[in-house]
Design a protein around this ligand. Structure first.
Ligand SMILES: Nc1ncnc2c1ncn2[C@@H]1O[C@H](COP(=O)(O)OP(=O)(O)O)[C@@H](O)[C@H]1O
Ligand SMILES: [Mg+2]
Length: 249
């Protein structure tokens, strides 16, 4: 397998009440590789993202980014280190325009007294505009996020992660509910970014998309990493298929 390990979890665990949401998960994400997290609803996929990004604290385990522990770091610091994410519910600023939604990302790290003046501001604007052009939202730059169509909101969340400059993208069901032409455009966009060196871990249910994008698949069920490997071996495993389609004995 090529690519250095960018991010690694070791023995990651999180319990809510008596429920083991994430149970001893050790996973490696390698540079330039698309790893897809699959598994039934409630398997712990989103919780695993939250543990990696500092939105939740693990009960046990380690998270290493470029070989260094990032456990316990605040989520904004982890984002600044180069780990970007999207949320299942997108978390857009509904009352802001499309462009403003992207600018909140590019301006996040810049204190007002370090604004860098006109040149730096122009550069951040150019970065935001480039991200909007890449996802096909340039013509909507002054539309309020609230007034976007469903698929456009999804693409806006991608523009935000794109303009963040993150090296690793954690995408939580970014294609759910997209019609076929939208998700094909979305897949093209992801492939283009992977071609530019972006590393992706994506939570996805649509098996067409899973097959279309994955270099590796990690299969979670009831908090445990049941299997991890190349797409063919995972997708052709009848025991995993039974779990995935809810035919567990
Ligand atoms: N903040 C929370 N408090 C209590 N239970 C939670 C919380 N977040 C997730 N869970 C539970 O943990 C399990 C895993 O959830 P989640 O990670 O969202 O699964 P997935 O993303 O795979 O559908 C589910 O049973 C869910 O109800
Ligand atoms: Mg989820």
């Amino acid at each position: 397998m090529s690519g250095q390990i960018l991010l690694e979890t070791r023995g990651m665990s999180k319990t809510f009440g008596g429920l083991k949401a994430v149970d001893d998960v050790s996973l490696q994400l390698r540079e330039g590789i698309v790893t897809t997290l699959v598994g039934p609803n409630g398997a712990g996929k989103t919780t695993l993202f939250n543990l990696i990004t500092g939105h939740l604290e693990p009960d046990a385990g380690e998270v290493l980014w470029l070989g260094q522990s990032i456990k316990g770091m605040p989520h904004w610091k982890i984002a600044q280190a180069g780990i970007g994410r999207t949320f299942q519910d997108l978390k857009l600023f509904d009352q802001m325009t499309v462009l403003e939604n992207v600018l909140t990302v590019t301006e996040r790290g810049s204190w007002f007294w370090q604004g860098g003046g006109t040149a730096a501001r122009a550069e951040r604007l150019a970065q935001a505009e480039a991200a909007l052009a890449a996802v096909g939202l340039a013509d909507h730059r002054h539309t309020r996020a609230l007034d976007l169509a469903y698929a456009e909101r999804k693409f806006l969340s991608i523009a935000r992660i794109l303009s963040s400059g993150a090296r690793l993208w954690l995408l939580d069901e970014p294609a759910s509910g997209l019609d076929r032409s939208s998700y094909e455009r979305f897949l093209g966009l992801l492939r283009e970014q992977v071609g530019k060196g972006i590393t992706i871990c994506i939570i996805e249910h649509n098996l067409d998309i899973v097959q279309g994008i994955s270099d590796r698949i990690a299969f979670l069920d009831q908090g445990r990493l049941l299997a991890e490997g190349d797409p063919k071996s995972i997708l052709n495993d009848p025991a995993l298929a039974a779990i995935y389609f809810g035919e567990r004995a």
